[in-house]
Design a protein around this ligand. Structure first.
Ligand code: PM9
Length: 462
């Protein structure tokens, strides 16, 4: 089945074979749970959650084919048959020649940064991602944001908010020189911008720019298929191309990639570093055995590599992606129609609430998005995630808080997991919380971890 711009119906191209029962909690239970979790939704127990929209990472529903593949796991220490199947699938669908498996995306980021980033380097990218930037910094680099300004404006309707601003790249070259720029990091469907795509035209222009300056392009391809869907729907000249063709073209324009397969590719764990360059591959093989495992498993079980190979083929099906993004749009459109301020346009993996607009009485120093995420959990047991000043962390040199323009709460949809009725429950709960927004209080840290503080930080009400 093929889907094109004109199709408005996005019914799921699958039926449900097994279900997982949910626990319903009381308001008192939830108040107790969020206080015990220090107002951090990452510290809640999953059994206390009704609808879990914390993340789309590792929480998708695998297909019967993927589960069948799990039974074909070849758990040999070296040379597992599943590795070769996965390697061939990545080469065929994503174009990269060499593949180094890792336990998840940040494993690939660690190896990449250790090989390519030197002390004093600058790594430009289309907006930061938490783990990606940290690995660049730990390797001695400094992240430089070169995304277009529209990406920092939640109300902007720009169809490709993930685009690179070449004036910002040129300025960086003029300021520090090309020798201090090991690569440009390009994410497809930029997570922290609200799941916003980069256009093919912008990536082609980047290819020309990077060839001119002899700088590599490293692709964070965690949500490449969602990006391809938006290109098919929005960009001139792509409406007749399949998602699979667009995904391949996007990857072909880049030199290397890091992948967290827990998202697009619908497996519970896994990732990889991929590249075309032989000597880079040799260095990555040297490091993967230190940090992850042998180069033919890199921290993944054989069965997980098999499920990943199958998941990649399912992730690029047009009907799958139409239903996937269709469900996110269903939720976003309903919230917008009820007057809730969300990031525009609606993204690929999540609907993002604009916490600044919803809680104007809470200053950014009191973590409005963190407070809104906690309040949403208390209302109906729906778990979401802060994506604002807490996630942004501190400047590694000055120790000052990064103060991002985007102060957001992310309602992230796991793939193939929840129904339209669940989305309706979410809409009702968000609207209730927004109506009572004036009663939500700001937060202060009571414990702030050194790295990636949003995962384990604890708070109290102001
Ligand atoms: N993303 C997410 O929920 C899970 C961890 S942060 C809460 O959005 C990108 C664009 C990601 C990403 C993870 C990683 C790291 C890299 N790039 O989590 O290590 O969205 O597999 O991947 C999360 P791993």
């Amino acid at each position: 089945m093929n889907t094109r711009k004109t199709d408005t119906v996005w019914a799921e191209p699958y039926k449900i074979k097994m279900v997982e029962l949910l626990k319903v909690t009381t308001l008192e239970d939830r108040k107790r749970a969020i206080k015990g979790a220090g107002y951090n939704t990452f510290l809640l127990k999953s059994e206390d959650v009704y609808i879990d929209l914390l993340t789309d990472s590792g929480v998708g529903a695998m297909s019967d084919r993927q589960w069948a593949g799990m039974m074909m796991g070849d758990e040999a220490y070296a040379g597992s048959a599943n590795f070769y199947h996965m390697e061939k699938t990545i080469q065929d669908y994503y174009s990269y020649k060499h593949i180094v498996p890792t336990h998840q995306g940040r494993g690939a980021e660690n190896i990449l940064s250790q090989i390519l980033v030197k002390d004093g380097d600058y790594v430009p990218g289309n907006m930061y991602f938490t783990t990606t930037r940290l690995h660049q910094e730990l390797a001695g680099g400094t992240f430089i944001d070169v995304i277009i300004d529209e990406a920092h404006d939640p109300a902007s309707q720009h169809p490709f908010k993930g685009n690179i601003d070449f004036a910002k790249l040129d300025k960086l070259v003029a300021d520090v020189g090309v020798e201090k720029i090991p690569y440009v990091c390009v994410a497809t469907c930029v997570n922290m911008a609200g799941g916003q795509p980069i256009s093919m035209a912008n990536l082609k222009e980047l290819r020309v720019w990077c060839d001119k300056h002899k700088i590599r392009i490293v692709h964070d391809m965690t949500r490449v298929a969602e990006n391809a869907y938006f290109i098919q729907q929005r960009e001139e000249g792509y409406s007749d191309k399949s998602i699979a063709e667009i995904v391949y073209q996007l990857c072909e324009l880049t030199d290397a990639a890091t992948m967290s397969s827990k998202k697009d590719a619908m497996v519970n764990t896994g990732g990889f570093l991929a590249m075309n360059d032989e000597s880079f591959y040799e260095k990555a093989c040297n490091l993967v055995v230190v940090y992850e495992g042998l180069h033919t498993y890199g921290g993944m079980a054989g069965r997980d590599m098999e499920a990943l190979a199958i998941g990649i083929t399912e992730s690029v099906q047009d009907a799958h992606m139409h239903a996937r993004v269709g469900q996110v749009e269903y939720l976003g459109n309903k919230l917008r129609a009820r007057g809730v301020t969300i990031v525009e346009p609606i993204g690929g993996h999540a609907v993002f609430l604009d916490a600044r607009a919803i809680l104007p009485h809470i200053p950014q120093e009191q973590y409005p998005a963190q407070a809104l995420a906690a309040a949403l959990y208390v209302d109906a047991g729906i778990r979401v995630m802060e994506r604002g000043v807490v996630s942004a962390g501190r400047n590694s040199e000055t120790g000052e808080n990064h103060m991002p323009k985007l102060e957001l709460v992310r309602l992230t949809l796991p793939r193939r997991v929840y129904t339209q009725a669940h989305m309706d429950v979410v809409v009702e709960s968000v609207c209730r919380v927004v109506e009572q927004a004036a009663s939500i209080k700001g937060l202060n840290f009571t414990y702030e971890p050194e790295y990636l503080r949003f995962f384990r930080g604890r708070f109290e009400e102001v």
